[in-house]
Design a protein around this ligand. Structure first.
Ligand code: UDP
Length: 317
């Protein structure tokens, strides 16, 4: 597959750009595609000197022009990471999120069909909604609110999985699904809105550390290099999934706040703010399938990952 092109949609985003970088290091040709509504040109600029890299600004909900199709002539794989994914994006871009999840995924599946190439979808732990089963196995159907502030994303991503199932069975497209759990690391935007970047930026700038609710809700945080490793392991496998990819180390949000305070030595104090509606109370992946079928498991501890992320924000704020 080397010397052939891998299309990474959402390639200017946080995980997408790390993935492009690793694929280039591994010797692949990479086309990064992004409409830049939440993607970041700084992530693209890091890569643009590599002769095997091309950035195309395009909204995947729109038709692919003949010019774009020409660039894709030796396409070997589609990795779909295109979707705003931070809860602060849900009220900002609800229609864009629903459109990219359904129409964007459909356009990519059509492309996979036309070019006869495999398609990998990055789905999400949000398909489990506010889970009543803990930790979450892939066999759990979830507990998502179809009519609420998170539904554009949760139901959007669930509809994308259903669409992929349909294309696989109707048109025999070679599809794969992974479900990404909370991921963090360098290159997150300072205003990303997610908890790790918020806490680190607040600690560095000496503002209040904003804990929503009582801080007893839990998340399991995966460092971005582990996530990229999981995506590539799935890409190289013959598996279809869905597989959870995440780090099962589970922490309360208060524990995370305390870790960040200790690590940074900040004088910032914790302030409690209202819990957003439908905020999941607990989340932790069961990763037995990914371990067994992909030979993948996360390596970076939360302490180690937080240190690297802190270093990035110290140098880039
Ligand atoms: N959260 C918080 N303070 C913040 C941002 C988030 O307490 O400044 C909480 C949020 O309510 C949730 C958890 O941290 O319970 C993880 O939120 P995030 O937005 O990172 O991702 P989610 O897992 O909710 O998609």
């Amino acid at each position: 597959m080397k010397n052939k092109t891998i299309l990474v949609t959402g390639g200017a985003g946080f995980i997408g750009s790390h993935l492009c970088k690793k694929l280039l290091e591994d010797g692949y040709r990479v086309i990064s595609m992004d409409n830049l509504i939440t993607g970041n040109m700084a992530n693209v600029k890091r890569l643009k000197d590599n002769k095997n890299f091309l950035f195309i600004r395009h909204d995947i909900t729109k038709k692919f022009s003949e010019k774009i199709k020409k660039e894709l002539s030796d396409l070997a794989y589609i990795l779909d990471l295109a979707c705003p994914a931070s809860p602060v994006d849900f009220p900002r871009y609800p229609l864009e999120i629903m459109e990219v999840c359904f129409n964007g995924t459909k356009n990519l599946l059509e492309l996979a069909r036309e070019y006869k190439v495999p398609f990998l979808q990055t789905s999400t732990s949000e398909v489990y909604g506010d889970p009543e089963i803990h930790p979450q196995p892939e066999s759990y159907w979830g507990h998502a609110n179809p009519y609420g502030p998170r539904s554009c994303y949760d139901e959007g991503k669930r509809s994308a999985e259903a669409l992929i199932y349909t294309y696989k069975n109707t048109y025999k497209v070679d599809t794969k699904i992974i479900r990404i759990f909370n991921t963090y690391g360098p290159q997150m935007r300072p205003d990303d809105g997610r908890v790790v970047s918020n806490f680190i930026v607040q600690a560095i700038t000496g503002t209040y550390i904003t804990v929503y609710g009582d801080g007893k809700q839990t998340r399991s945080f995966c460092y971005v290099s582990d996530m990229v490793g999981g995506i590539i392991a799935m890409m190289k496998s013959r598996e279809e999934g869905p597989f959870n990819i995440g780090n099962p180390g589970e922490f309360t949000i208060l524990e995370l706040a305390q870790k960040v305070i200790k690590l940074t030595g900040t004088k910032s104090k914790i302030i409690f703010k209202p819990l957003p509606k439908d905020d999941p109370k607990q989340r932790k992946p069961i990763i037995t399938l990914a371990k067994k079928k992909l030979g993948w498991s996360p390596k970076v501890s939360l302490d180690e990952g937080l240190e690297k992320t802190l270093e990035f924000f110290k140098n880039n704020l």
